[in-house]
Design a binder for this molecule. Structure first.
Ligand code: NAP
Length: 281
């Protein structure tokens, strides 16, 4: 049984990214990520800090653009377009959720798909769907794949059950797994007999947002469990979607929360910024 630490995966992904960033700089292009945040949400600020730290480690420049939380749609789109058109910016991360008065849909069409390093646009989701490697998958979905790759996973013919079907995690992740010849089952809030479905898995991924909902009766011995959830438990501590304490003794491999997939996400983001800079140089 092993607990897969995200930090190790993140270091492995970042080592390669750093080399590519250095090569770009030697050729006269400094890869640059712009992070756009609207307002002062604490968890967005925490994610931004983590992303900035990771960019720094990888030798990527990072700009933080903070907009007023009461900004209107027209002004927001204008500011976004300025960043989108800035030749020195290669990747854009728009932190979410946005305040209620703002609509993200126009941004999904506005963003240059090459700068769309967290796969907001239809172009990048389409590329995930068809397996076109010139696009980006949403960073968290790809972070799950990086974690499984790090473990030396052979996907072919494996039963992968993904709980969650959001556009940012579950759905694209299923497509990535399918692209590696896994047999994929999606589960969601309307799935009947969820525990029985989950129990078929060789690889079980929970991307739900319900604290500790994956219990011991969801898993069989010898499988791999990847916990994407970021929740707060009844004592105010961060926890995942998996009841770690009771699941961990049964399974072969498991990622913890905190310290699991979340730690890998920003290293995937850095990789995407370097890819963008290579395409735009
Ligand atoms: P989301 O958009 O709320 O989607 C949640 C998914 O879980 C939906 O497909 C929903 O089903 C399903 N679901 C909800 N309750 C369920 C239940 N009781 N049984 C079965 N399925 C259920 O959330 P998300 O953005 O995908 O995020 C999922 C989790 O990952 C959250 O905890 C989030 O904080 C975390 N997250 C982590 C990272 C990271 O870097 N590690 C990044 C993003 C998100 P329906 O479709 O039927 O509603």
């Amino acid at each position: 049984m092993s607990i897969i630490k995200g930090a190790q995966v993140a270091e492995a992904v970042s080592a390669e990214t750093k080399k590519r960033a250095e090569k770009l700089k030697a050729e006269g292009t400094e890869p640059c990520l712009a992070i756009i945040r609207v307002g002062e949400d604490g968890s967005e600020i925490a994610y931004e800090r983590g992303a900035m730290k990771r960019m720094d480690k990888c030798g990527i420049k990072c700009m933080s653009i903070v907009l007023d939380e009461n900004i209107g749609q027209t002004e927001f789109e204008k500011k976004f377009s300025e960043v989108n058109d800035d030749k020195n910016v290669h990747g854009i991360l728009l932190l979410q959720p946005l305040p209620k008065q703002l609509d993200i849909e126009p941004i999904k069409e506005l963003i240059n798909p090459i700068k769309d390093v967290d796969a907001l646009s239809a172009v990048n989701l389409y590329k995930v769907f068809v397996g076109d490697k010139t696009g980006y998958a949403p960073c968290t979905a790809e972070a799950v794949m990086e974690t499984l790759d790090y473990m030396g996973t052979d996907y072919t013919g494996k039963k992968c059950v993904v709980i969650g079907r959001s556009l940012v995690v579950g759905k694209p992740l299923g497509m990535l797994l399918l692209g590696r010849n896994a047999t994929v089952t999606y589960c969601h809030s309307r799935t009947k007999q969820l525990a029985e479905e989950a129990k078929q898995a060789d690889i079980l991924v929970a991307a739900v947002g319900v604290p500790k909902m994956v219990k011991a009766d969801f898993v069989k011995e010898g499988i791999t469990v990847i916990d994407v959830g970021i929740n707060v438990d009844e004592n105010g501590n961060m926890c995942g979607d998996v009841d770690f304490e009771n699941v961990e003794p049964i399974v072969e491999n498991i990622t913890p929360v905190p310290g699991g997939v979340g730690a890998v996400t920003t290293s995937v983001l850095a990789k995407h910024v370097v890819m963008a800079a290579e395409m735009l140089k």
